[in-house]
Design a protein around this ligand. Structure first.
Ligand SMILES: Cc1ncc(COP(=O)(O)O)c(C=O)c1O
Length: 477
């Protein structure tokens, strides 16, 4: 088994930059920023609006705590989960580092994000991931979609290859492909991307046949992945990291479901790629979308300073700096949770337990209502998705119909039975190896999302799915 050697590999990051990145011309005004904080400096330099003109001088947020129901205006859930089960919180701890500062938050500011939020993110990264090298940096983003956009623009030129999971998040495949980046799927097994398959792709790479140089990055969703609902375990991560080291591959660790995992008994979370990164080859992408709300449009990336600075420059000319209203709301929520201690000891267990309950309930309903002759029951890891393999090899028309045709027929049967699932081929990345029909038949999946349906409708959903499958296969229930 490969292990991580403590010796650090020196990386020349400039070889990863895209032409856009190399050629980016920055506004000279940005260079004046540091002078604003020189003591006794009277600035006649910037074009900043006066804070006394903000038409707000405060914001009131309602952050639900013990005993209060979660009433979300506009959400008209009539079922019991309109009221989420809230664990009683002890009194929030005091934290000074996140004190409200509307003057800074609502002002044009650093693209990295306001100091107090960036400091919170840095402390969080240190507490949870403890990077093994010193020169790492954090950049605020408008969520992981924005973070990934910054990475792709800063590091990729048209025609270059990006390695992705065999079944990948369409929110990565579509923008990357639109930018002219060629995504290539690395075969997966039940534990995630297969390290041997990754090594095979890299070692047999033929520039002429592929029409481009070896890939320089692999994008992975390591926890409760979308669509496969799989969490890559520590040993598999060590093996993948070793292969990435061997081929000088960067790793984009897109981890929005990190804190929704079914919590391991012996550790806070599964160790992340960032936590084992000795070289500075991991760019970790975190989001508040799944732990606060997607509409916050807030997140952050963490990685080697040189790369993060380049990505920051790409955001300088897009978002410029994070939305001050979102920053104010997020920092107020983090404060109300009681800083890091409240976040880690109270909030994370609370939100993880809500999704864990849904996840385990959905698996038990599938076991109760879908015949094991038709599907493999999925192994749950939390998050929002179950990835269910259809036993296409037992379908009566397997000899005459393609796996995709069988999958499409099932999709329409499900619609007839009024249950919506997503066929696995929606997520299929361009294949790196040619597969046989028999191999394809063993990899026909559907994605089932258990995050949103009312709790009291989930069993009915599984029953309808079971009926649709039985009809499509022409068997008795
Ligand atoms: C794997 C993955 N990455 C990124 C995102 C988008 O996250 P954000 O809302 O932070 O842009 C999602 C959301 O569904 C996702 O599943």
């Amino acid at each position: 088994m490969p292990s991580i050697t403590p010796a650090t590999v020196q990386i020349d990051y400039t070889k990863y930059f895209s032409k856009e990145s190399h050629g980016r011309i920055r506004s000279q005004l940005k260079e004046l920023r540091p002078y604003h904080s020189v003591p006794d400096m009277i600035s006649l330099g910037g074009g900043l609006p006066h804070p006394s003109t903000w038409p707000v001088n405060g914001m009131t947020l309602s952050v639900p705590f013990a005993g209060k129901s979660v009433f979300v205006p506009g959400y008209n859930g009539r079922s019991e989960d309109a009221l989420l089960p809230l664990e009683p919180y002890t009194a929030p701890l005091k934290t000074d580092s996140l004190s409200p500062d509307l003057a800074e938050e609502l002002q044009y500011g650093s693209t990295y994000g306001p100091r107090h939020l960036v400091n919170w993110c840095k402390e969080h990264i240190q507490r949870i991931h403890s990077p093994r090298y010193a020169d790492w940096e954090v950049l605020s983003t408008a969520g992981n979609t924005d973070g990934m956009d910054g990475i792709l623009r800063s590091l990729f030129d048209k025609g270059e290859y990006l390695l992705v999971e065999e079944f990948a998040y369409p929110g990565l495949l579509s923008p990357a492909t639109s930018m002219g980046i060629r995504c290539l799927g690395v075969p997966m097994d039940t534990e995630g991307v297969n390290p041997l398959a990754l090594d095979e792709i890299m070692s047999t790479w033929n520039e002429v046949e592929r029409g481009g140089p070896r890939p320089k990055m692999i994008a992975l969703v390591p926890t409760c992945s979308n669509p496969c609902g799989v969490t890559i375990n520590e040993q598999r991560k060590i093996e993948l990291y070793a292969i990435c080291r061997k081929w000088d591959l960067l790793i984009a660790e897109d981890d929005p479901y990190c804190f929704l995992q079914i919590r391991p008994a012996d550790k806070f979370i599964e160790p992340t790629f960032l936590s084992m990164d000795t070289d500075g080859r991991v760019i970790r992408i975190d989001s508040f979308s799944k732990i606060v709300a997607p509409g916050s449009r807030m997140g952050w990336i963490t990685g080697p300073r040189v790369l993060v600075e380049k990505i920051m420059q790409s955001r300088e000319s897009s978002t410029n700096c994070p939305s001050g209203f979102s920053v104010s709301a997020i920092t107020a929520i983090l404060r109300a949770w009681g800083g890091h201690e409240g976040f880690e000891q109270k909030y994370i267990p609370h939100i993880a337990s809500i999704y864990t309950e849904r996840c385990l309930a959905m698996v038990s309903y599938l076991k109760a209502h879908v015949s094991p002759k038709l599907i493999d029951y999925p192994t749950p890891s939390g998050g929002m998705f179950l990835w269910v393999r259809l036993k296409v090899e037992t379908h009566p028309d397997v000899a005459t119909k393609t796996p995709d045709e069988i999958s499409k027929e099932l999709f329409h049967k499900c619609i007839e039975h009024k249950v919506l699932i997503v066929p696995g081929h929606f997520f299929k990345a361009p294949q790196s190896v040619v597969s046989t029909r028999e191999e394809d038949a063993k990899k026909v999946f559907v994605r089932i999302s258990f995050s949103l349906p009312p709790l009291d409708r989930m069993e009915e959903a599984a029953r309808r799915f079971g009926k649709a499958l039985a009809e499509a296969w022409g068997v008795e229930l």
